[in-house]
Design a protein around this ligand. Structure first.
Ligand code: MN3
Length: 196
């Protein structure tokens, strides 16, 4: 793999208005996501062998627990590579041009009973997560769909799980528009989630 580059959103910062405001999107992408990208690269530049050994950032994240780095660098890589990957997925899920994934939708309905029931359960996980973190729908190592939250920028890849849907519940994702009203942000987020 190569050093990371901040991915383009592929759509305007204003494209998710009124549910997510343009100013929040711009700061989130150009400051937060860029910061995770740069800080992950700062670690990778110290350990160029990682770039040779791992083909993808996801593969590197999955192998994180076994990496032989100094403790501060290891923690920095978990936080910042996690932040890089989590946000790259998050932007893609909300791309107004994204076509819904019918296969995933059918799997979700089979697993949770209905799309509405899935949204309710996912929202409960997101609302109930204490502090900064993410709510996830993942495919676990047995191929099962699961819901849970992770603290900070911890990636489901750390558990060997494939993240399918992720919702950023850090205050930086919603505070300008919603202040402390996380449940309202989450309820509105379903309007901009295009994957299912
Ligand atoms: Mn964020």
């Amino acid at each position: 793999m190569k050093l990371l580059t901040l991915p383009d959103l592929g759509y305007e910062y204003s494209a998710l208005e009124p549910y997510i405001d343009a100013r929040t999107m711009e700061i989130h992408h150009t400051k937060h996501h860029a910061g995770y990208t740069n800080k992950a690269n700062a670690v990778l530049e110290k350990y160029p062998e990682l770039l040779k050994e791992y083909e993808t950032p996801e593969g590197l994240m999955r192998a994180w627990s076994e990496l032989d780095l100094s403790e501060p660098d290891k923690v920095a890589l978990k936080n910042n590579l996690g932040g890089y990957l989590n946000h790259a997925l998050f932007w893609r899920l909300m791309d107004p041009e994204l076509k819904p994934d019918q296969t995933l939708r059918e799997r979700v309905v089979a697993r949770f009973g209905s799309l509405d029931r899935f949204k309710e359960e996912f929202s409960q996980v997101a609302v109930g997560h204490f502090g900064s973190g993410w709510a996830w729908l993942v495919e676990d190592d047995q191929g099962e769909l699961k819901l849970y939250s992770t603290p900070n920028q911890d990636s489901p890849h750390l558990k060997g799980h494939k993240p399918l849907i992720g919702l950023d519940v850090w205050e930086h994702a919603y505070y300008l528009k919603y202040q402390n009203r996380r449940p309202e942000y989450i309820e509105n987020w379903w309007q901009v989630l295009k994957l299912i």
